[in-house]
Design a protein. Structure first.
Length: 240
């Protein structure tokens, strides 16, 4: 039985144009807060001034624009390549966050950081950025992105439905949601997937299927492990 009648066409547009940009703005808020506190207290990042945390905001603002622009305008502006632009910008943000972690580790190894509060705030910013960035990556990547997934999630016998990067419980056990309720993967599902992968360092409810999904989850878990186990542990030692 198809539940497509319960789906509203503008639901995906709201998810892309409102919810996804808000997730990016959370990252921007974290980085602005850290930069402000760093400048106020004289914190540096491996000999770099505190305002260095503001540099990733440039691609993040561009990402907000790429996500928030309406679908019809996006087709006219970038020729239908909004997903490619979004994935590219998310990748840039992820690389910038990784470099921030490398510089933070450099600060620890060279004994340039002596404040537990400083380490905790920097670690929280890097970890939070990691969770949201990879959540957006999974959301844009899985099954060709939100637009492509909508075309197949309602008709599970279509060949395109099998070309997914993640297997969610509701796909394998549709009885979990009941016949009267339509279900599709939302941004929150991928952010939750990213969050649990960053906490447990392994898949929890959703399983990676494709090689690229597995590699991305390995990368995210590695960044999270270094941030949590190294930075947080060092911060606790300093606080004691």
């Amino acid at each position: 039985m198809s539940s497509q009648g319960h789906y509203h066409p503008n639901e995906e547009e709201i998810e892309r144009s409102v919810e996804a940009p808000l997730a990016v703005l959370v990252v921007v808020a974290l980085q602005v807060m850290l930069a402000s506190v760093s400048l106020e207290r004289g914190w540096s990042l491996w000999h770099l001034p505190g305002w260095v945390w503001l540099i990733p905001i440039v691609p993040e603002v561009l990402l907000v624009g790429a996500l928030a622009v309406h679908r019809r305008r996006a087709v006219a502006i970038v020729g239908g390549g909004r997903r490619v632009a979004s994935l590219t910008l998310v990748g840039i943000v992820a690389v910038a966050n990784f470099l921030a972690l490398v510089m933070l580790i450099g600060s620890l190894l060279s004994n340039q950081t002596h404040s537990g509060a400083e380490l905790l705030l920097k670690g929280l910013t890097i970890w939070g950025t990691n969770v949201i960035t990879f959540g957006l990556f999974y959301w844009e990547m899985d099954g060709g992105g939100p637009d492509e997934r909508i075309a197949t999630e309602w008709q599970r016998d279509l060949p395109g439905f099998k070309q997914r990067d993640f297997q969610f419980p509701q796909m394998e056990n549709p009885q979990l949601i009941g016949e009267a309720r339509a279900w599709r993967t939302h941004l929150v599902d991928y952010v939750f997937l990213s969050f649990t992968n960053s906490i447990a360092f392994s898949p929890t409810d959703a399983m990676p299927i494709s090689h690229r999904a597995k590699l991305l989850m390995m990368g995210e878990a590695s960044i999270s492990a270094v941030t949590v186990l190294l930075v947080a542990a060092r911060a606790v030692n300093i606080l004691h």
